[in-house]
Design a protein around this ligand. Sequence first.
Ligand code: HEC
Ligand code: HEC
Ligand code: HEC
Ligand code: HEC
Ligand code: HEC
Length: 271
Amino acid sequence: MGNFFPRWTNWLPLKLAIALCFILVGVTLGVTYYFTPKYTRVGYEPTQPVPFSHKIHAGQLGLDCRYCHSFVEASGHSNVPTNQTCFNCHGVGKGNIRSNSPKLEKVMQAEASGQPIPWVKVHKLPDYAYFNHSVHVNRGVSCVSCHGKINEMEVVRHDQPLSMGWCLDCHRNPELNLRPLEQITNLNYNAGQLDRAAFYKSLLDKGVKPAEIAAEIPGGRSLDQVPADVKGLVELAEKAYGGQVAQKEVGLQLKKHWQIQPPESCAACHR
Ligand code: HEC
Ligand code: HEC
Ligand code: HEC
Ligand code: HEC
Ligand code: HEC
């Protein structure tokens, strides 16, 4: 019998199979890469029924986020304000600010009809993931870590992926994001603005021992003589971090002394 198929064709099915595997893996990787939330959700910026600008209200006017998102510290859910909050300033017979502006027409209609303004939701986790605002905001995580610089946005835009990997990135290294509680809604905050002596004093005032504070500063554990007061701690910190307060310096202290332990177990977020 003649050898009808040349010898190399014996390997053809195997070669095809291997090639197919590579293609499949490639396509799967590509799909997960481009269709995971980072690429589909970041930048999402729906048109709202009223051209409400955070840049004007939170930026220029300097209104605190909690003036409108009043439940954010107290509850898992952060509310969007009711019309009443807008009427405080724009309502006829009250603030009257620009109440004739066409941009405020829908707000005026809402006042007359009593119907809520149908704001379009920007951020939404799937139902199977559990999230709570107050546990973050009361533990030193600022709005800016998760929503970006809202105070500079004309229209609210989805700024961060809010994916599982993104949640876990911070849960593993929370010190990169922790700040004093009075700075939570200050979206322009950076650690360099803090007064170092005042920061360490605030820890001492809360009853933290100087030795416990020093232990969180690089070089502080191996000292023969532990600094006894604010002055000593400031000197040690200057040696480790330089003239300006560093984010990591603040973050490591708060993590330790507020006993911050963000969960990484599946059941914490999928309950
Ligand atoms: C004067 C009231 C007011 C203030 C002050 C305010 N907001 Fe808002 N915020 C709104 C309204 C109204 C909406 C819904 C319409 C929109 O998305 O623009 C909203 C929407 C949002 C959303 C999107 C909600 C969603 O649908 O997912 C975020 C996030 C947000 N605000 C964060 C902030 C932060 C952070 C601050 C402080 C820097 C702040 N807001 C200050 C009124 C306010
Ligand atoms: C603390 C007072 C205050 C509150 C509360 C407030 N606003 Fe305003 N708003 C202002 C001021 C001040 C301006 C800027 C007017 C200007 O540019 O001269 C403004 C401007 C606006 C404009 C632009 C008007 C134009 O013609 O350019 C819109 C739209 C608007 N606000 C909607 C809202 C909505 C919706 C709410 C409720 C979620 C709200 N505001 C809550 C004070 C307020
Ligand atoms: C640790 C991350 C994180 C921080 C910090 C955070 N948010 Fe959110 N925010 C989210 C997530 C996630 C959602 C979507 C929640 C959902 O779908 O259940 C959201 C949704 C919102 C909404 C829409 C309403 C809602 O609850 O669905 C508003 C308004 C809001 N955030 C405002 C704020 C303000 C104001 C602050 C700061 C005081 C803040 N957020 C801090 C992650 C965060
Ligand atoms: C920028 C940092 C940061 C991000 C981003 C973040 N977290 Fe957290 N998370 C924390 C910190 C800090 C705590 C508080 C830990 C403590 O109190 O010991 C916490 C606590 C929690 C807890 C435990 C408290 C509770 O409610 O039972 C859950 C659940 C949680 N986070 C879910 C999430 C989810 C879901 C996301 C993503 C959508 C997320 N977190 C994103 C920092 C973050
Ligand atoms: C810090 C909170 C957090 C923890 C811990 C966590 N998840 Fe998630 N998980 C999320 C969030 C938020 C989403 C939704 C992400 C999105 O919208 O894309 C998610 C999505 C998922 C999905 C859907 C597929 C996907 O990737 O989008 C699966 C499956 C999943 N988680 C399994 C797990 C398992 C298994 C564990 C434990 C090893 C775990 N998760 C731990 C927050 C968490």
